[in-house]
Write a protein that binds this ligand. Structure first.
Ligand SMILES: [Zn+2]
Length: 375
């Protein structure tokens, strides 16, 4: 009969298990400690990636002292992180969700101060900042960039324009933002998206295919011409304005509303045949450059007098049209900005928020645009 063999573990084997157990316990403890440390850093606001960087590069006490900064987070996440600029990152404003640390490094390299860098970042797109970071250091940054609507990509043109004309910084920025330092009709901004606040002039042009939203045909009681179209919102405001004007015994009607690109082309051809090129370039907007293509502009007449500028209706329009969202678009005071001679009959619908502002501040639509809407 065979003896039952007792299974007995040998001593060395037990030792190995024990050692493995201890090692596993250590690994677990280290891991738990690591997760705890990451957790405490993440609680400050840092991302997982940034937290790992902070932990492994012994920056924990530093980030605790400065708390959280989006820019610092981006720097820790970035391959462009540069240790010598660490103390600056946290003081630099985070920039539109897509900050590039390499561009900030370039600006710091050029010895821009933190506040100058914040100014640069606030006055341009990501591409503008990148281009600016490549150029030699600019000395007089504050003169123009105290104004939030100045753009760093236009810096050289601001300098050139103010040198040439002696204009102050405000006017310089307004004119250059509007491309008034360039030739009329030359390399215009191209627009093909409709909005009530769109700007169309000799530097901001509509594409051939642009057609305004919500075109409606105006009724015969509002016009002596047939088939005039207008943006629906502008027409509604016009009807209210006309109705209130009627209550005071005055009346207006619309001579011109929406004009398509091809109609503008025909108009130019017509005047060209009649009076020649010079006349056209001086008095007729080239196709794409007429505000009538927006469907937001009207030419009006009064029923009482032939010359609208002499009518009571014109006076009434000057005093009241802004209440309905309309502005006198080509005012004799603003020829330099609009680049159009005075047109007492031409009004533009911009909505009441803008028309009230323009009425209160008495400025051209160009200036309003350059200061408030320019990108
Ligand atoms: Zn007009």
């Amino acid at each position: 009969m065979a003896k039952r063999k007792r299974l007995k573990l040998k001593e060395p084997f037990i030792s190995i298990v024990r050692i493995l157990g201890v090692i596993l316990a250590i690994i677990l403890a280290v891991f738990l400690f690591y997760r705890y440390e990451i957790h405490t850093i993440k609680k400050l606001g840092y991302s997982e990636k940034a937290s790992q960087f902070i932990l492994f590069n012994f920056k924990k006490s530093y980030v605790k002292s400065v708390h959280y900064s989006d820019t610092l987070n981006a720097a820790f996440e970035s391959e462009s992180y540069n240790e010598k600029y660490l103390k600056y990152y946290a003081q630099i404003d985070y920039y539109k969700g897509d900050l590039l640390i390499s561009d900030i490094n370039s600006l710091l390299e050029k010895k821009y101060s933190v506040s100058e860098i914040n100014v640069i970042l606030a006055h341009g797109s990501l591409e503008d900042v990148r281009d600016f970071a490549k150029r030699d250091k600019v000395v007089y940054l504050d003169e123009y960039f105290d104004y939030p609507f100045a753009r760093i990509r236009l810096y050289d043109r601001y300098l050139a324009y103010s040198d040439e004309t002696g204009e102050n910084a405000y006017n310089t920025i307004v004119y250059v933002n509007l491309d008034i330092d360039k030739e009329e009709y030359n390399e215009p901004y191209l627009i093909n998206k409709f909005s009530i606040d769109m700007l169309v002039n000799k530097h901001f042009s509509l594409t051939k295919n642009f057609v305004p939203n919500n075109l409606v045909t105006i009724s015969s009681e509002d016009s002596k011409n047939e088939e005039i179209k207008l943006n629906g919102e502008a027409y509604k405001a016009f009807k209210q304005m006309k109705s209130d004007m009627n209550k005071e015994g005055l009346d207006i009607y619309i001579n011109e509303g929406y004009r398509s690109y091809s109609e503008q082309e025909e108009l130019c051809d017509y005047y060209r045949n009649l009076y020649g090129d010079n006349y056209v370039s001086k008095y007729v907007a080239l196709p794409g450059f007429s505000e009538h293509q927006t469907g937001l502009a009207i030419d009006i007449s009064s029923t009482s007098v032939k010359t609208f500028a002499n009518s009571k209706e014109f006076r009434w329009m000057i005093d009241n049209s802004y209440k309905y969202g309309f502005i006198l678009r080509y005012d004799s005071m603003f020829i330099e900005e609009t680049q159009y001679n005075s047109e007492p009959w031409h009004y533009r619908y911009v909505g009441t928020e803008i028309s009230n502002y323009i009425h209160e501040h008495y400025m051209s639509y160009e200036e309003y645009y350059a200061v408030n809407l320019f990108k």
